[in-house]
Design a protein around this ligand. Structure first.
Ligand code: HPA
Length: 312
């Protein structure tokens, strides 16, 4: 019996569809399990290399934003590990951004400090960006203080003001997208009180004792690297944000996933676009951050000297 050309084409089309569906299912499944193993293995690989340089178990992790390096001067340094020496670690491509883990003591507390971070806008995935946070947790840190330089979306917060982050808005991809890393935390993570109210209050109290008034507000992270437009500023303000920047939120999400106690401090370095008649610039941000850096160092030093964070 002769089969018509139409039939042959139809049979081939069905066969191709079934084959590609099978391929797709197989590909997805194999990818899922590969990635799951790989990311945790990558974290463990970084931890192992660090453990060859130091056996310190940090209590507190600190992330320093651009221009905020002065905090490191307060550290009784034990070990410095450049990110570039850690195989598998993301390294910042931005001029002026340092890249070191600094291990040591501040006020008797064992700390690990990230002197510089990588940003999503550099082309790294959100998973890459949070790898250093995950590594610090795996080294032992259960508290994290995340700092940044930010643009003000609130006329009460002029450049030179500190803002304690009380909540955030994530306007970039979550770092938790993809297979869950079960060793670190649950698939679905609660996001209530991400920024620990007791720790936040302690920071505010310490600052007040130095005569430094800190505001409180919501921080929004967008991707960058371009500064926001005036229209975006308007939108962020309507969303309820008080400060804007290109970091912190995805790090806080990763830390929350692992159950860390989190505090966030924004150093307001400029007014966001459209809030004044000057456009934000990298130079201005760095200049103001450097100015604010010594006060930030003073606050963190006193916080870690005065309190036993594990008892908060
Ligand atoms: N916009 C975005 N990111 C920033 C700003 C800003 O005004 N200032 C510091 N980081």
């Amino acid at each position: 019996m002769a089969i018509s050309a139409d039939r042959i084409i139809a049979i081939i089309a069905v066969a191709v569809a079934v084959a590609s569906l099978c391929c797709c299912i197989y590909h997805t499944q194999s990818n899922d399990s590969d990635e799951e193993v790989d990311e945790y293995e990558r974290i463990s690989h970084c931890v192992k290399q660090i453990r060859e340089c130091t056996d310190m178990v940090p209590e507190v992790a600190i992330v320093l934003g651009s221009g905020l390096s002065t905090v490191v001067d307060r550290v009784d340094v034990e070990t410095v590990i450049p990110y570039s020496k850690i195989d598998g670690f993301p390294v910042s491509t931005v001029e002026g951004h340092k890249g070191n883990y600094v291990f040591g003591k501040i006020g008797g507390t064992d700390v690990v400090i990230m002197q510089g971070r990588v940003h999503y806008y550099e082309g790294y995935s959100t998973q890459d960006v949070v790898l250093p946070i995950r590594v610090m947790h795996e080294l032992g840190a259960d508290t994290i203080i995340i700092t940044n330089a930010a643009g003000s979306l609130n006329y009460d917060f002029e450049p030179g003001t500190f803002m304690l982050i009380t909540d955030h808005i994530c306007a970039v991809d979550s770092p938790l997208i993809g297979p869950n890393i079960d060793e670190l935390g649950d698939r679905f993570v609660g996001m209530m009180n991400v920024y620990d109210p007791a720790l936040t209050q302690e920071i505010e109290d310490v600052a007040a004792d130095f005569g430094i008034e800190m505001g409180e507000g919501v921080y929004v992270q967008y991707a960058g690297p371009q500064f926001e437009t005036a229209a975006e500023t308007k939108m962020f303000r309507l969303w309820g944000a008080d400060a804007v920047g290109m970091s912190t939120v995805i790090e806080a999400i990763a830390a929350q996933h692992m159950g860390m106690r989190i505090a966030g401090i924004s150093c307001i370095t400029d007014m966001a676009t459209g809030m004044s008649d000057v456009s934000p610039s990298h130079e201005e941000v760095e200049k103001m951050a450097k100015k604010m850096s010594s006060q930030l160092a003073q606050i963190i030093d006193e916080l870690l000297s005065r309190y036993n964070l594990s008892e908060l």
